[in-house]
Design a protein around this ligand. Structure first.
Ligand code: NAI
Length: 509
């Protein structure tokens, strides 16, 4: 409890200080824009409800803008704890938050949420096209929206490298439903393997679980699986002792961005028991319904039969991110990781489009695609918009702007929207007065199973690493403190207590 409180308060105040948040007035202490003056507010459309978009929305003074959020899912998912849902360490409902709750400010709905998928953006007309991709469709199932500012915070998709059969046959580790599918399949494999007369070879296949990708996602999932097996499955299923787990990694080591000391520690821990092994220097090249083809560094190919295949080989841009890039022009937007942004997160080559989180890349200062980065970028951009509102939109252009000419190069690429064209120069001037975004790395934490975690804190010249039980409590405390609401904290605490005392539930459904 003490450690939790200390971690919580340190993280909270460190966050305030490093993000320069102390100078911004919290929303509840501000004088809100009166209703009578709200007609001509700039239209801000936010795409997505993940870390980037929701943090931006929470930071934004929503009375100053006409805000619409468009996303195919009406909830925010606390991704750092997602992997616990694959085995029932916690229930995924405990780590989601309804987005509509964050549309309300001062007891009124100040932002509009629309559950839809944005399928295209027209940067010249400044419009987006959206469709309903849910099961229930009404007479209207597609619509267009106009924007003055579009915030692209759509995250990223699962990377498959175009390897045949991946999408059809494997489970991913990104969305809520992925955790349900994985949990169900683990138990289904065990139940099916237990059929009377099931051939020995088929039992071996069904109980061979393969995880592809030795990044933090693949490693944390393998660790959860190890806990599930040792604490719960072995007690319940006689056949569970025949489960084999293989973590396949193309590079010579797992956790490539981590310090060597951590890598050695985790590799050793994960392979402590004979039924867990790490296959490095091995790439998956083909996936079929019941087996995968792998190729080692000697270019020798072999087949591995599996019952469960979990795919965690990193991120790739979403379709909408690629479409936005293409509509701006592939001569300008030519980065394979996401939309190229400038130092203020303006998408290069389009006026009024901003991108944050996994969907963006600043080629001058590329950052990892993590929740921590998305969170800091979104807070910065939210604060920037609040300043723009204070300095421009509240005063309009009555006060004489200090004119700083924009470069001819910028002039060429910017498509000025008529409605706010006159604001453009003031806008650029205000931006130039803002401090630039600076990412503060608070460290990396990962769960490695059996009540142990690893932590890495990188300084400019040295790296400090921690591993073991105390780090595990730090890991839990930090994530616990980062959960967005008291409700989620209560639910997560309850889930953790429940699974510790009674074990994880092994019923399907
Ligand atoms: P990743 O990109 O970090 O790792 C993917 C791994 O898959 C790489 O090591 C790559 O060599 C391997 N790989 C690629 N193709 C392969 C193939 N065909 N066969 C075998 N191996 C192959 O991806 P991950 O783990 O999904 O993480 C995505 C992002 O989220 C990263 O930025 C990561 O740092 C972050 N993350 C951070 C966590 C934490 O801090 N605890 C937890 C989960 C994710």
């Amino acid at each position: 409890g003490g450690l939790g409180l200390a971690a919580w308060s340190t993280a909270y105040f460190a966050d305030l200080i490093i993000n320069d948040d102390l100078d911004s007035i919290p929303d509840r202490f501000r004088t809100r824009l009166p209703e009578s003056k709200r007609d001509d507010r700039p239209r801000v459309v936010i795409l997505g409800t993940g870390w980037a978009s929701l943090t931006f929305l929470r930071k934004l003074h929503t009375d100053e803008f006409n805000v619409t959020i468009v996303s195919p899912r009406n909830y925010f998912l606390f991704t750092p704890l997602l992997v616990g849902g694959t085995t029932g360490t916690l229930e995924v409902r405990s780590i989601i938050e309804p987005v509509r709750k964050y549309c309300q400010r001062a007891d009124a709905n100040e932002a509009t949420f629309i559950e839809a998928e944005c399928v295209s953006v027209d940067p010249k007309k400044k419009t987006i096209k959206c469709v309903d991709n849910s099961a229930i469709k009404g007479e209207v199932s597609e619509f267009e929206l106009e924007y003055d500012h579009l915030i692209v915070g759509v995250g990223a998709d699962n990377q498959t490298f175009g390897i045949p059969g991946v999408r059809e046959n494997s489970c991913f580790l990104k969305e809520i439903n992925d955790t349900r599918v994985i949990r169900d399949r683990i138990l289904d494999c065990l139940e099916t393997a237990s059929y009377p007369g099931q051939p020995e070879k088929e039992i071996d296949r069904l109980l061979n679980f393969v995880v592809v990708g030795g990044g933090p996602s693949g490693v944390e999932f393998t660790a959860e699986l190890k806990d599930f097996l040792h604490s719960d499955l072995l007690r319940t299923y006689p056949l569970a002792k025949r489960i084999n787990v293989t973590l396949v990694e193309a590079l010579p080591h797992i956790l490539n961005v981590f310090d060597k000391k951590i890598v050695d520690h985790v590799e050793k821990r994960l392979q402590e028991t004979s039924n867990f092994k790490i296959l490095t220097k091995t790439a998956v090249t083909n996936v079929r319904e019941k087996e995968i083809t792998v190729r080692n560094d000697q270019k020798v190919e072999s087949q591995i039969p599996y019952g469960l295949l979990v795919w965690a080989t990193g991120n790739t841009p979403r379709k909408i991110t690629t479409q936005i890039g293409q509509s701006i022009g592939t001569n300008i937007q030519n980065n394979r990781r996401g939309l190229i942004v400038d130092e203020y997160f303006r998408v290069v080559g389009a006026e009024g489009i901003w991108a944050i989180g996994d969907a963006c890349i600043d080629p001058q200062k590329p950052l990892a695609q993590t929740a921590q980065v998305a969170n800091q970028q979104a807070r910065y951009l939210g604060r920037l918009f609040n300043h723009l509102a204070e300095d421009i939109y509240r005063q309009k252009v009555d006060d004489k702007p200090e004119v700083v000419p924009i470069t001819p190069q910028q002039q060429q690429t910017l498509v000025i929207h008529p409605k706010h064209a006159e604001l453009q120069q003031t806008f650029d001037n205000i931006l130039k007065k803002q401090p630039l975004f600076k990412y503060h790395h608070m460290g990396t934490l990962a769960y490695v199973g059996d009540h142990q975690a690893v932590a890495e804190f990188k300084g400019d010249t040295s790296t400090t690493t921690f591993e073991g039980y105390v780090t595990y409590y730090l890991w839990r405390s930090v994530y616990f403190s980062k959960l967005l609401s008291l409700k989620n904290r209560v639910l997560v605490a309850f889930d953790w207590t429940k699974s510790t005392i009674f074990g994880r539930d092994v019923s399907r459904g």
